[in-house]
Design a protein around this ligand. Sequence first.
Ligand SMILES: [Zn+2]
Length: 402
Amino acid sequence: MDTWLEMMRRHFNYALGQRYDWLRRTRCQIDRCSLTREPIGDIPDKFPGYNLQAAELKTTKELFPAYKEIHAEVQQQNLKRLDKAWDRWIKPDKSGKRAGRPKFKKKGQMRSFTFPRINCPKAGINRIEAGVLTLSKIGSMPVTMHRPLPDGFELKTATIVKKPDGWYIAVSLEDDSVPTPKPVDVSEAGRSPIKSAVGVDLGLKSFLVTSNGESVDVQQHYRKTQKHLARQQKRLANKEPGSVNALKQKEKISRIHQRIGRKREIFHLQIAHQLVKKYDLIVVEDLNIKGLAKTRLAKSIYDVAWGKFLTVMEAVALRSGVHFVKVSPHNTTVNCSSCGTKVPKTLSVRVHECPRCNLEMDRDENAAINILYKGLTAVGLTVAAYRRLSGCTPDEVGMPKA
Ligand SMILES: [Zn+2]
């Protein structure tokens, strides 16, 4: 499987090079000619898209017989993956955004390959059942089944992934009867009314504070292992680059990172499930994480991993049929949640004190309430309507006292 990954990496790079070459040869600037470099050779008449590149797989196998030892569909999937990355770069999506330019993969950067069909007559001998995985040209191997394959699903693709602690297989399943997620729209009749809603403020001091005043502490997985990591990094630096020992040390370090990541994921899932159990509508801030990660707070932000949390939160909410809304964080910390007056404060000011209505509360809680209101507006509910639905009195926490 390691050999497959390496060969597929080379083929991926070749195919990507072919595409860049086509770009260079077929266009130049409108108003000038380059004096320093011009492509040499013929201008290819056809763009090396997926169909052309897949057709060339035959030639590849003639020139490099080793590629005959890789399942043909796996090689096609490899090209398809490149095609997708290319399209994401060339074609803007609905909001006009484009992904980054596809990069050449360095040694060890290709970490997975996909069988597009498994357990069906057309998949040949590729099957997974009762703890045994059989793959064409590779053979049979025992697998630990994380859970039994559910009945009534059609097995679609199987992806083999190399992770720091070993090999994994991810199987995708399809069932046409899976319900579509609830759209967040409460204005139409017949939809489930929102009886309990919560605004969530994400922070560095507490991992999150809700509009009801609950808070969860940050778990500093990365900070805690930092010394340990630094020691292991130093050991790596003392080893001869490229040696077997250096490789072993590298693997050890990636296992530490994997462990941190897993702990964090479990933490995120726990929080998400707690929120979903309690509330029908969860509102969060849509944070500019990339911008924040460049600041001095980078390490702390790495530790809380808000971006990952929001992804987990959204997935858990969808699965449990709970409404989930992201709102712009604009002015949420400044505004007074009771009367709307702007109360500017620096990061060190932990308490929100309103000079107009004398409201005094934790600054994060104040922000969480503002986030909740923005979310309610986003799904078409007014604060008064929400209060009627939930049977809240104005005195209850999270509601304006006005
Ligand atoms: Zn106020």
